[in-house]
Design a protein around this ligand. Structure first.
Ligand code: SAM
Length: 292
């Protein structure tokens, strides 16, 4: 069964035929703009036969486009009602699409796709965006890139510059693992039903090496999180308690040894400067054996 999923009328008709309604709690805002689907497919640069994980296939609009572009798609959907629709509307694509019923936040993507490198392409439900991107990047999977529709404000946080309001721990995590850019800004009216906010398609291309080569990535991220946890405070105050036994005065010494102004606030530091502080902490013998 092939359905024209970029027409609001058809989306409504399809949902009604299965006795379904868009579930707000699951972030069900279906993309109904063919031009935006084109942008996502272009940004994904699909090669014939490559593996793509799609989170939240919904009614299958993007899934079909991915498969038709040559991808083998593993689509992870939580809502059993939508899975029933997907089985019907994507049936003609055969084994090019594998449907998995799971919570995308609980999936081990290494187990799901095996040892092959893969891409993630998704119109994410907004309530899982930050936890999904964070846990996915921290897990260090063999992904090549992620192309994601996200809430615009979250997309802007991912590509923010130091010293701006949007800059934070998410920015540092994203830039540590990937080169990030906003591909396209998307109006809320491209979705049915329209969400309360606008969106953006972001591309996160995995770096071959981390942007900041630090001695102890776990310590680096602990320092980053503490600095942004109290982002208005000067660094030694913000970092107090981040590492057992390292007090404010000691942090001031570590930060100065790293060549960073100890009166600065974390929100103005570049990822490289956080790296210098983390490495100075290790070299001066203040890092505990493991801070994971
Ligand atoms: N891909 C479709 C599109 O572009 O029209 C639907 C996107 S809609 C924004 C988000 C989809 O994610 C919905 O199908 C929703 O049911 C699904 N979803 C919500 N929470 C999920 C979760 N934790 N794990 C997997 N899928 C989820």
């Amino acid at each position: 069964m092939t359905v024209e999923l970029t027409s609001i009328r058809e989306v409504r008709r399809l949902l009604a035929a299965y006795g379904l309604q868009p579930r707000k709690t699951l972030g069900q805002n279906f993309l109904v703009a063919a031009g935006v689907l084109d942008k996502i497919i272009t940004a994904a640069e699909i090669r014939e036969g490559e593996l793509v994980v799609e989170v939240g296939p919904g009614l299958g609009a993007l899934t079909r486009r991915l498969a038709e572009a040559g991808a083998r798609v593993v689509a992870v959907e939580l809502d059993p009602g939508l899975l029933a629709v997907l089985r019907d509307v994507l049936g003609d694509l055969g084994d090019r699409v594998r449907l998995v019923r799971a919570d995308a936040l609980k999936v081990d993507y290494g187990t799901l796709v095996g040892t092959r490198s893969f891409k993630v392409v998704a119109n994410l439900p907004y309530y899982i965006t930050s936890p999904f991107v964070t846990s996915f990047l921290e897990a260090d999977y063999r992904f090549e890139r992620l192309v994601l529709m996200v809430q615009r404000e979250v997309g802007e946080r991912m590509v923010a510059q130091p010293g701006t309001k949007a800059y934070g721990a998410l920015t540092v995590l994203v830039s540590y693992h990937t080169r990030a850019d906003i591909v396209w800004r998307v109006s809320r009216h491209c979705f049915y039903p329209p969400p309360a906010v606008d969106s953006a398609v972001i591309r996160l291309a995995r770096r071959t090496r981390p942007a900041v080569p630090v001695l102890r990535p776990d310590l680096f991220f602990r320092i980053v999180r503490a600095a942004f946890g109290r982002r208005r405070k000067m660094l030694p105050n913000a970092l107090e308690g981040a590492v057992p036994g390292v007090d404010r005065e000691t942090w001031a010494r570590i930060i100065q040894t790293a060549g960073v102004d100890h009166r600065a606030r974390g929100e103005v530091l570049t990822p490289a400067q956080f790296g210098l502080i983390a490495d100075a902490c290790v070299r001066m013998g203040f890092a505990p054996p493991s801070v994971v």
